[in-house]
Design a protein around this ligand. Structure first.
Ligand SMILES: [Zn+2]
Ligand SMILES: [Zn+2]
Length: 227
């Protein structure tokens, strides 16, 4: 959770790493919420198209692990420059969509996402992205009890409605190579995205984001003079 270079693994879940016993102790109050059942839950993956996410229910004390279905999709884009080009370049983007199903209420609800690759509170860059997914109309929903609880009420009434947190990797595409030969079309890999299982350190990153976000938002509102 602190990005230690020579980390120690939590033996119970085999998921979170710490730089020291002290560091582990500091994380325990939050970590214990998911630590104990993690190994068992992890062994019950429905199939290889499912990745582990964390649900923060609107109406329960604690978050819990959930499986979300990932749908891979490929997009093709013609990026040939110039109308008279004598060659073609097609970019392939290998992307993915997360299927939330009924985790946010009825299926097919419109969602909104916050994507972060930093832990602002601890001041480091994550190697992956944390994706916070909630209903587009979360403002009209009740206060999220599990987020309120794990942040010890510090976020007040900011987080509303159920929230799902996933972990994903954003992959850079190949850089421009040399021009293809005349009369040919080349297929190149563009950007890509893939989902991964949430590690338990991500629980801390998610909670840090929950804590930081209202303040960041307040700052933006203060700077822009409106909401
Ligand atoms: Zn653990
Ligand atoms: Zn540490």
């Amino acid at each position: 959770m602190c990005n230690a270079e020579i980390p120690q693994l939590c033996a119970a879940c085999g998921s979170s790493t710490y730089c020291s016993k002290k560091c582990q102790k500091e994380d325990w109050a939050l970590h214990k919420v998911l630590c104990k059942g993690y190994k068992l839950f992890h062994a019950l993956r429905p199939d290889q198209h499912h990745q582990l996410a964390i649900l923060f229910p609107v109406d329960a004390e604690y978050p819990r692990p959930v499986w979300v279905k990932i749908e891979a999709k490929a997009e093709q884009k013609d990026v040939t420059t110039g109308t008279n080009a004598k060659y073609g370049i097609i970019e392939m983007h290998l992307l993915a969509d997360v299927q939330i199903g009924t985790l946010l209420g009825e299926d097919g609800r419109e969602t909104s996402k916050i994507i972060s690759e930093y832990n602002i509170a601890r001041g480091f860059h994550l190697v992956h992205q944390i994706e916070v997914i909630r209903c587009a109309d979360h403002d009209k929903q009740s206060v999220n009890k599990s987020i309120f609880n794990v942040t010890k009420g510090k976020v007040g009434e900011y987080w509303k409605g159920p929230v799902v947190v996933t972990r994903r990797l954003y992959l850079e595409g190949a850089k421009d190579g040399k021009q293809p030969a005349e009369g040919t079309t080349e297929i190149r890999f563009g950007r890509g995205m893939q989902y991964e299982d949430m590690a338990l350190a991500d629980l801390r990153h998610a909670v840090d984001l929950f804590l930081a976000f209202p303040a960041e938002d307040a700052k933006a509102i203060a700077e822009n003079g409106s909401a």
